[in-house]
Each structure stands twice: as C-alpha cells, then as structure tokens.
Design a binder for this molecule. Structure first.
Ligand code: MF3
Ligand code: CO
Length: 254
C-alpha cells in the first residue's frame, strides 16, 4: 500500500476545497431545525456548491455495484450510522442528525461530517456526540511523523471503549486528494504499531463512527442506508487533515 504525499500546491488546493466543504456544512447546520425536511438541506447544499463553482463528491458516486448515490449530502438520523439518503422526513426535537459532505475544487476533495442535536436532546445522546467529537480530536492528534496509520485506530478505539461506547468496524477513514477515497484505509480500531508510517504531506479523512450499543451494523434494502444492528444511536465526526511541518493541520475547519 503506497500513500502518495501532496506537494505544497496540492495542499493549497485541498485547503480551498476543504474550506468550501466546511462553509457549506455550517450553513446546513444552521438550517437544520425542528420541522426542516432533510431534502431541503440537500437543496441548500446544491445551491451553495453551484455558487462556489465546486463539484459534489457524492452525487452519482457508485462504489462496487451500488446504485449511484442520489444526493450531495448523506443525512443520517439517530440509529442511522452513515449514508442516509435525504428524503421528505422532517427533523424533530430530540433527534441527532449526522451530516456527511464533500466537494472537490480544482480536482481536489475535502470531506467532513458532524453530528448535531436538533433542539434539546437527551443526556445520553449528548454524551454520544461529545465522545465521538473527542474521538476525532484524538485521531487528529495521532497524525504525527512518529506514528503509523494503525496507531490512529488504536487511539480512537481505546478512547471510545474506555467511555462505554463502541466503534464501527465496517466503515473506515481514508486517504484523500484527487480522489475522495485514496489509500490508505484508516480503521478506527485495531492494534498499534502496524500499517504504513505517516509522512509529511499525507492527507487523510479521519472519521470515527461511534455507537451507543453494539458496533455491528446492517445495510437497508436501499443498499445505502446503514443502521445499527440493535437500533441504538450512532454518531459520526470527520475532518480532512494534512500532516505538515508544524504538525497535523485540520483543513475542514473554518
Ligand atoms: N463521505 C463518505 C466517506 O467519508 C462517503 C459517502 S458515500 C457517498 O467516505 F456515496 F455518499 F458518496
Ligand atoms: Co470520508
């Protein structure tokens, strides 16, 4: 497995795409209120993509025989882990909503995800969100020239399980650049001291998915929507990160 590192110019283009990604996610988060339909958030994102002359990384994406993904954003409510397809469902107070979004600009991609509360939520749901967000920070802090890819997942899994939650195994983070998904795969679990070393110029999309109950998941008949097997809640945070001389740089934060 070879990890291609990025030049300074490429990192600049990735910053630009990642900034646009983060701006549009911020707008969707503002618009996600009780009563908002999921499809309205997709519509908002499409118009913001056009405004910036960016390209959706998701629309029409079809990995390995799946039907083409029909939207520009994945919206996953409550027990949906990832890849929820926006429909006419209205957000309700007490829901948690995961927004996963990516665009490319000048051929380079930025990819991010956030789980947000819709109005007041239960303390259990808030704890799940807080742990997942902190798990992403743990992952980011492991992007160092002294570490290997396996150290990221080891740190995330240890952090999450110490707090009584479980990490999803069936979906992983990834390299990112000219393609949304590049080598290496970045698991959120596993043993330390394995997988490739992290070099300067490496760009990764780190994305812990954390479940309140079992880590096991189930794909719905639409072949995209992924739910927890026990129908308990799930949260997802993702950032695009580069290792530069100063350390890890998060590209998808405003
Ligand atoms: N954002 C997801 C990832 O981080 C991919 C979404 S699949 C798509 O890898 F079909 F929606 F594009
Ligand atoms: Co991703």
């Amino acid at each position: 497995m070879s990890i291609e590192t990025k030049s300074r110019a490429e990192l600049g283009w990735m910053r630009e795409a990642s900034r646009a990604t983060a701006e549009i996610v911020a707008l969707m988060i503002q618009a996600a209120q009780p009563g908002t339909q999921l499809i309205e958030l997709d519509r908002l994102a499409r118009s913001e993509i056009d405004k910036r002359h960016a390209t959706s990384s998701f629309l029409g994406y079809k990995p390995g025989g799946l039907p083409p993904y029909p939207a520009v954003v994945c919206l996953s409510l409550n027990d949906v882990v990832v890849h929820g397809i926006p429909d006419a469902t209205r957000l309700q107070e007490g829901d948690i909503l995961s927004l996963d979004f990516a665009v490319s600009m000048r051929g380079y991609h930025g990819d991010m995800a956030r789980t947000i509360p819709i109005g007041p939520i239960s303390p259990e749901r808030q704890a799940l969100i807080d742990v997942t967000r902190a798990a992403l920070d743990v992952a980011v802090q492991t992007v160092l020239p002294t570490k290997r890819i396996g150290d990221i997942g080891h740190a995330v899994q240890t952090f999450v399980e110490e707090r009584g939650f479980q990490v999803v195994r069936d979906f992983v983070g990834h390299g990112i650049g000219r393609r949304m998904h590049e080598d290496p795969q970045v698991p959120n679990y596993g043993a330390p001291n394995r997988l490739p070393r992290i070099r300067f110029g490496t760009t990764l999309a780190l994305e812990p998915m954390v479940n309140a109950g079992t880590w096991e998941v189930e794909v719905m008949p639409d072949r995209w929507t992924v739910r927890t097997q026990d129908r308990r809640d799930s949260a997802h945070f993702e950032d695009t990160v580069a290792l530069i001389e100063d350390g890890p740089e998060v590209l998808t934060r405003l």
